[in-house]
Ligand binder design. Structure first.
Ligand code: FES
Ligand SMILES: [Fe+2]
Length: 382
């Protein structure tokens, strides 16, 4: 692993149109169910999205059920120690199999008790022996494509999508010295939000709003932007101490071996389209957004610390202020974004001029629009 990154930050990253000509996206980008439908088909079902951390399912039989844009998902670790992802759906008549997190020796459907091994194969189907032509092998759980980067589990519904390594491009170069793979997830919340999924991520990638929306918590921030290769974007909020916690002295020291750039602040990185890793000097937290409808999303916020910290006897009391800050700031953002969604629904709402501090908002708008069919993009402007 290289100790230094060659990624060089700039005050902002801007290609075109010229600064002064760029406008926020048409309101229908955030309010039209047809646009949302096209995003699901052309973006969400074709790209990598974050599903959790490997240490959430550490041992054979451990499982985690979650919802995704493509439906219910089951992550389960097999007897062979291999982590697998399946549609959390029975092959008989489609009941959900497991919910929440837990441990199971086999997976039993709560409806008619078809049961599956941890590797997804069908072990038993009561009463089906009498059914002509019935065979178990074709009726195992349906796998979902999964790849893991540094302990972070990503899923993709598209078997033809580029692999995760290609997708992430040079992201590992920027985040490598944080050694995400040696971290442990210790905290997680989910928040139902009445806004379009893109608003949550656009907000997470700009510091223009922080002095206002977060006046009572993190306050005003300044950031630089990185030109990147791959399907990701990054800014860095400049601060010599961790901003993952409010107040003066962070309870945890800086991560050992952080490179010079990483010591200068917190990277707010978007792995397009729905995953953010915020990487401070002492921890990483994520924002992962699950689009539900054009004006509804679920925001997952989770926190990870180096295992050297989580093993400390007073870890919980030292970590508590981080959890408090993550939740408080997330709720401040949710509050303003729900106002923004209501404003966007006005018949009189019009695209407004963008600031250079909206550089990542523009970059994200363009990333999404580039993946939508031309008639959908043109239709937004009607
Ligand atoms: S739906 Fe699962 S056994 Fe019938
Ligand atoms: Fe914010």
């Amino acid at each position: 692993m290289s100790s230094a990154t060659t990624l060089v930050p700039e005050p902002y990253v801007w290609t075109e149109p010229p600064l002064g000509d760029a406008k926020s996206a048409p309101t229908r980008f955030y309010t039209d169910p047809e646009v949302f439908k096209a995003e699901v088909e052309h973006i969400h079902l074709k790209t990598w999205f974050f599903a959790g951390r490997v240490e959430e399912v550490p041992s054979p039989g451990d499982y985690k059920a979650l919802d995704s844009i493509g439906g219910p998902v089951l992550l389960v670790r097999g007897e062979d120690g291999v982590l697998r992802a399946f549609a959390n759906v029975c092959r008989h008549r489609a009941s959900i199999l497991l919910e929440g997190c837990g441990h199971a020796n086999n997976i039993i459907c709560p409806y008619h008790a078809w049961n599956y091994r941890l590797d997804g194969t069908l072990a038993g189907a009561p009463g089906m022996r009498e059914v002509p032509k019935f065979e178990k092998p074709p009726h195992g759980l349906i796998p979902i494509r999964m790849e893991v980067w540094e302990g972070a589990i990503f899923l993709n519904y598209d078997d033809n999508a580029p692999d995760l390594t290609a997708y992430l491009g040079n992201l590992p170069e920027l985040l490598g010295s944080h050694r995400f793979g040696e971290m442990v997830k210790t905290w997680h919340i989910e928040i139902d939000v009445n806004c379009n999924w893109k608003l949550l991520l656009e907000n997470a990638m700009e510091t223009y709003h922080t002095g206002i929306v977060h006046a009572a918590t993190v306050g005003a921030q300044r950031s630089v932007s990185f030109p990147t290769s791959g399907e990701w974007l990054s800014i860095q909020v400049q601060s010599s101490r961790s901003i993952a916690v409010l107040g003066e002295e962070p309870p945890f020291p800086a991560i050992e071996g952080l490179n010079e750039q990483a010591r200068k602040g917190t990277y707010f990185t978007l792995v397009a389209p729905t995953t953010q890793f915020a990487c401070a000097q002492d921890c990483i937290w994520w924002l992962a957004v699950r689009p539900v409808a054009v004006d509804r999303s679920v925001l997952s916020v989770g926190g990870c610390f180096p295992s050297a910290y989580t093993e400390l006897p007073d870890f919980e009391s030292r970590a508590a202020p981080y959890y408090k800050r993550w939740e408080a700031v997330a709720l401040e953002d949710v509050g303003i974004l729900e106002k923004q969604q209501r404003g966007l629904s006005s018949k009189l709402s019009r695209p407004g001029p963008l600031s250079w501090r909206d550089d990542m908002v523009l970059a994200m708008n363009r990333w999404v629009m580039a993946r939508l069919p031309a008639h959908v993009v043109d239709g937004m402007h009607d």
